[in-house]
Design a protein around this ligand. Sequence first.
Ligand SMILES: Nc1ncnc2c1ncn2[C@@H]1O[C@H](COP(=O)(O)OP(=O)(O)OP(=O)(O)O)[C@@H](O)[C@H]1O
Ligand SMILES: [Mg+2]
Length: 453
Amino acid sequence: MTTPLSVLRAEYLSALRAYLERESEAGFAQAYELGRQAMIDAMGLLDMAALHRAALDAFVLPAPAADRARLLEAASTFFNELLAPFELSIEGYRAALAASEERFQLAVSGAMAGLWDWNPQTDEIYFSPHFKRIMGYDDSELPNERQAHLQAIEVQDLERITQSLQSHLDERRVYDVEYRIRTKLGELRWVHAQGQAMWNENGVPYRMVGWILDITDRKRNEEALHASREEMRRLSAHVQHVREEEKARIARELHDDLGQQLTALKMATSMLDYRADGKKPWPPKEALGGIYAMIDELVRSVRHIAADLHPVILEDLGLIPAIENLIDEFSARYRIRVVRRIEAGTIAFNRECRIEMFRIVQEALTNVARHSGATEVVLEFLREDPHCIVRIADNGRGAVHDGSKGRHSFGLLGMRERATLLGGEIRILTQPGAGFVLTAIFPLASIETKDAR
Ligand SMILES: Nc1ncnc2c1ncn2[C@@H]1O[C@H](COP(=O)(O)OP(=O)(O)OP(=O)(O)O)[C@@H](O)[C@H]1O
Ligand SMILES: [Mg+2]
């Protein structure tokens, strides 16, 4: 229940009169209690001034001139007691405020953050000394003006920050940005900034407080790491490329050179078969037959080695015929049925991707033969814009995990590497007893020829 001001005034006047008449300390306690009550009733200092004014009108003005000075002083002392609760509470607020400010400073200075406090309406801003230090300035060197910071921000980052700030103020989205600033000495430093605005009941932002953190070292480490990863990737691409080139060269030599020489040898040997004089041939026919068979076998194995080193068919007929051929050989050799679903006719595979994709399928089929004990494989090669999906799924024994952690297993690792080179990835789904499904996903953008796009 709030006490009306008129009641308070009556109580104040009667207490003051008693005090002026007796000047006893008990009156102070009464004044203090009235002040406390006024505060509970949410009265302000102006109300209290009005009370005092009424008291002066009632007691001091009508008094004889000789008494006025004494009465005035006594009334003032009494009034001070009335104000004491107000004093104390303001003091309390001040202390609490200082403590919370201190806590905030401690919390952020522990993290080496620089603070800012901005009024979006008047554009007044405060930068903490550490904020200025991050920018390379002493506290007195940089003015507390927003422009002073904006000017230091790297031009390319400015628009992004401004947009983020605006969307925080307008739509209350999180303000959390990283950007570059130029320090006083011209050095480029990375900062991480976060902030929080406060809005009044009409949704107008009236204050925004935030901090910046110097993250230059972290950024430099990240950049160095990224650069070294890129380098590794380039190196590995180069190694793969050189390896394939080398294999292609050896394959060509085996096929064209050695293969042809063996064929020529066979023809030369066959000449021995005929003797113009019609006499019994020498060496005997049986011996020759053995030599022919051996040479035929040699030619076959040279072809096989050559095809394995570098599938010439890949260059001559393209990826899909080469894969069809691979499947035919695989099922004939291992007696494993292959169900094929090849719907990639519209993809114009570029030269670079052919060998990588071929090798991935080849290794997957080799793994099926070596590890799965499967009786059937489903091989899919599909266009699913914007990707090309290659899936090799067997019905064999599966594996506990995807095997990529094996110290002496390089098959899957190589497949992943090749897929990465093409901007793609390998996913594996397997469980003991539930088969092994390997899916390679490639972005069409990186496997098609430029003019196909
Ligand atoms: N189709 C499959 N069915 C069952 N397990 C498989 C299959 N494919 C791979 N694995 C498991 O994953 C492991 C890793 O395969 P990966 O091709 O990386 O190595 P590897 O075939 O053992 O050796 P290599 O380096 O010669 O290829 C295999 O050892 C095997 O345990
Ligand atoms: Mg393998």
